[in-house]
Each structure stands twice: as C-alpha cells, then as structure tokens.
Design a protein around this ligand. Structure first.
Ligand code: TRP
Ligand code: ZN
Length: 488
C-alpha cells in the first residue's frame, strides 16, 4: 500500500447527508451515484432544469455535478513559479443529460474572470467549491455544448478529511498537481467525480528551461518569448482524479515496453537514488508482466513522474493515468520509488485508471487489486508466496476494521481494509474459483470494463457469471461485512 508512514491521520469532519446519500446507504452501501436519479435532476433547488451540485456520492456528496456528461477538457494553463500564479482557460465539451437552465462545475479558489457557453457570456456565481453557470439560453437534454472558463490565481493545496494533502503543491522549482480524491478542483474546473471520464488536451506554458509533464503523450512543445508550451494529450478517457501536471527540472528517459508501448519517465535529479533508478528501469518488464496477467496495457503510453518535495508534504504515490507520480524527499534511506510501489501504481493503470470506480466507496476495486498485484509480484520475484501474504494480511486486525466495500466515512477511504482487506477478497475468490477461473477473471474483468466505470455490484455479478458456486456468502463475509476467520 502506498501510504508511506506516517499514516494519514483522521480529522473530524461534518458532512451534510443529502437525500441521495441516505437512499444509497439504505440500498446496502454499494449503490452507485445515479446521475439520472431524482437527486441529480433537482437536488435542493426545486427545479428539474437545474443540474445538481453533486452526483450523490455517499462519501463525497459535493463531488461532481448532475445533468451533464463531459467528453473533453481542453486546458490551457500558464504557470509562473516565481509568484505561484496560474492563469487558465478551460474549454469543457459537454453533453447535457437533462434540460439545463443552470449547471455546476467544481473549482476551488481562483478568480473566475469569464465563463462562456457556446461563445456567449454566461452568468456565474460561486459558492464554496461549486461554480454555478447560467447560460443565456437553457440547454436542451442531449445538447452538446462548450463551456469556456477563464480563471487565475494561486492554486490551493487542499486538506482531505483524513488530514492528508492534495491539489496543488508548489515545489522549489515549479509545482505538482495531485487529484485523489477531489484535488482536480485545485487546478481546473470540472465535473469532479470518477464517474464522468473524458479525454484531455493539457497545454502548460512555463518559463523557458523548465519542463511541464502531464498525462498521455507529448503532442508538441513550442518556445516563444522566453516561455515554452508543452501540449499533452490523453485520448483515452480519464477520471479527473488521475489528471496530473508536474513543472520543474526533470531528466527525461524514453523507451518502449516489449509490447511496444512508449515509456516516458521524468525524474527530478534530486530524487534520483539508486533504488529509484533500478526500479524505473524495470517499468517495461513490469508492464509486460502485468499485461500477461491483466490483458493488454489499456493506454497509448506509460511512464512515471518522480518529483522532489520536502518529506511529509505529500507522503504517498498516486496512480496518475499513464504516469504514476512519486514524491521523493531526497533523503538517504528513503527511496522515491520502491519497487513494490511501482508495481502497485502500474497495476492501477488497469484497476482504477481504465476500470474506474463508479463511486468512492468502490475504491477497494482499485486498492484491493493493486495490493493483490504486489502479492503476485513478490511471489514472482521469489519472495513471499501469495498464501503467505494473505496469511499475514489476515493476521493483521487493521485489515478488518470495516468491510472493504463500506468505508464508514471519507476519512477512511485509504485505510487498511480497502487495501489489505480488498486483496483478501481476491484471495478468497482465487480459493473458491480455483486458479484457472481466477486467472480468467483477472484478464476478463479489465477487458469487460475497459475505459469505463464499475460498481462493487458490477464486479460481484461479473464474478458470479464465471462460476456455478454461489459466491454470495463469500462476498457477504469478506466484502460487505467484516471478515471472520471461520469463514473459508
Ligand atoms: N491511490 C494511492 C495508491 O494507493 C494512494 C492515495 C493517494 C489515496 N491519495 C489518496 C487514496 C487519496 C485515497 C485518497 O496508490
Ligand atoms: Zn493504490
């Protein structure tokens, strides 16, 4: 698991429980937000032509918005490391999923200087992280439209319910953006929920001599009047929480996997320790090994970003799409990229990035698979067997503090039950399905949901179709309640 010590400390938080939240709770805790449901069309506003301020996520009620679906983000960002100021233009291409006299985008901080909808200036007001946009003419259901937001300011670092930090970090030579779970709103306006994935073009303009790295492939870089613009494209759909940008001095290494996937690795030289260098050299091998287990690598490039931040600022790696991000502090004995962490983050490209949770409570679908992949890797490398890892996970009471598919609050989504507890669900499945059917599951699940979303219920139904065994007792015991050692 990727939470380098110290663990993310819990902070008290008060959350308003919306109608949709209570409805999904009573449904057994695995219901996905339903953007066509009653909460999405009219929550709290009384009008059916008003987009809801959230998608109804049980754990993050304010995340995302109702009434539309984003297909593309075109972000044009200019960053000045001296002042820390970002000037942005975000062109958001959207399809309305209901009539919209008004809709929301999520944005934290900044001065919004202008918003247009299809070229016409729209009325805007802000309420916390909700930006309400009222186009001159209401949009009809199914309409495709373009919203352009012009904004500027010093992007904020956000503090999560569990006390950890995300959003925008200033570094001594630039900046780093990390978005899990809601940090995307610290650098661009969006429908900030994993259920709405979109393609991206991200152009970042920085002073000459600095490099800006983002998801996907570098389309071009152009220098003019002392500045360089780096244009990155993610053509496969991406959740907002997986978008990243890193600005600074980086050593760039390009290569290819055995399967032909282009590899782009950016390393801040101050975080380049021997362990990190040795791990990064194995990216092609790891991606090929994971492709053998999980099916074809789901994106058109892969890589990594290793940045340099003082210890304690970030404290975790993140599976940013195509380029997982690793913060290094440059301190001896604290490698920026431990090999098992790299294996973990790369497995997220299948589990999390390509197959994305429909709601935050489904996050065990990310972390359970990524942790299980670490177990597989250790066995593959001649270390602990999967059985031994499972036995160790079972013996650790932290893994059974709550059911993997039911984190009790937003401050608990990166706790042990989501990681080790989630991996134990997969281990139990292997025991019940047998190694052959389980191997099929590992390949066919990412294929079935490739570039999409999935709920816990989608996963359990998918598993059930692979076997005549009734899997309900297994899922009840290991996924929906806290596992009990007497259950086989
Ligand atoms: N997803 C990261 C990993 O395990 C860990 C992480 C980073 C995280 N930020 C988070 C988990 C925010 C939950 C919430 O690879
Ligand atoms: Zn993870």
């Amino acid at each position: 698991m990727r939470l380098f010590p110290p663990p993310r400390a819990a902070l008290p938080i008060l959350l308003a429980c919306s109608l949709s939240c209570c409805l999904s709770c009573s449904g057994g805790g695995t219901a996905a937000p339903d953007r066509t449901g009653p909460a999405a069309s009219s929550a709290g506003t009384g009008g059916t032509d008003v987009g809801a301020p959230g998608v109804g996520d049980r754990l993050f009620p304010g995340a995302g918005n109702g009434g539309y679906d984003v297909t593309h983000y075109g972000l044009d960002l200019a960053y000045d490391p001296g002042s820390g100021k970002l000037r942005g233009t975000a062109v958001v291409t959207v399809t309305a999923t209901q009539p919209l006299a008004r809709f929301n985008l999520d944005l934290s901080g900044f001065t919004v200087t202008r918003v247009t909808v299809d070229g016409r200036t729209a009325a805007v007001d802000r309420d916390g992280t909700e930006m309400r946009v009222r186009p001159v003419t209401p949009l009809r259901d199914g309409a495709r439209f373009e919203t352009t937001v012009t904004y500027e300011g010093v992007p904020p670092t956000l503090t999560d319910p569990d006390g950890s930090h995300e959003g925008w970090f200033r570094t001594d030579d630039g900046a780093l953006a990390l978005g899990e779970p809601v940090g995307a709103m610290a650098w661009f306006p969006s429908n900030n929920h994993p259920s709405d994935k979109a393609a991206y073009d991200i152009t970042v303009t920085v002073p000459h001599g600095l490099t800006a790295v983002s998801n996907g492939e570098l389309v071009d870089s152009e220098s003019a009047s002392g500045r360089t613009a780096f244009h990155w494209r993610s053509k496969e759909p991406m959740a907002t929480y997986l978008a990243t940008v890193a600005i600074g001095h980086f050593d760039i290494t390009r290569s290819r996997t055995g399967g032909g996937v282009p590899v782009y690795v950016a390393v801040d030289p101050r975080s380049d320790d021997p362990t990190t260098a040795a791990a990064l050299r194995r990216i092609p091998e790891i991606v090929d090994w994971e492709s053998g287990l999980f099916g074809p690598y789901p994106f058109s490039s892969v890589g990594a970003i290793v940045d340099h931040l003082p210890s304690g600022r970030v404290g975790y790696a993140l599976e940013a799409q195509t380029k997982p991000v690793f913060p290094g502090d440059g301190e001896p004995g604290d490698p920026a990229v431990p090999l098992d962490t790299l294996v973990h983050e790369l497995s997220h490209q299948w589990f999390g990035d390509s197959v994305t949770p429909a709601a935050w409570q489904d996050m065990w679908l990310n972390e359970g698979f990524a942790t299980y992949t670490e177990w597989l890797w250790q066995e593959h490398e001649g270390g602990r067997t999967v059985e031994q890892s499972a036995a160790a996970a079972l013996a650790d009471p932290a893994n059974s503090a709550f059911p993997p598919a039911a984190p009790p609050g937003p401050d608990r989504i990166s706790d042990a039950p989501v990681y080790g507890g989630g991996a134990l669900v997969l281990y139990q499945l292997r025991e019940t399905l047998g190694p052959t059917v389980f191997a099929t599951l590992l390949r066919t699940w990412p294929a079935a949901r490739r570039h999409g979303n999935a709920t816990t219920a989608d996963f359990t139904a998918f598993c059930q179709h692979l076997t005549p065994h009734n899997l309900t007792p297994l899922f009840t015991a290991w996924l929906h309640t806290t596992h009990h050692p007497s259950v086989p």
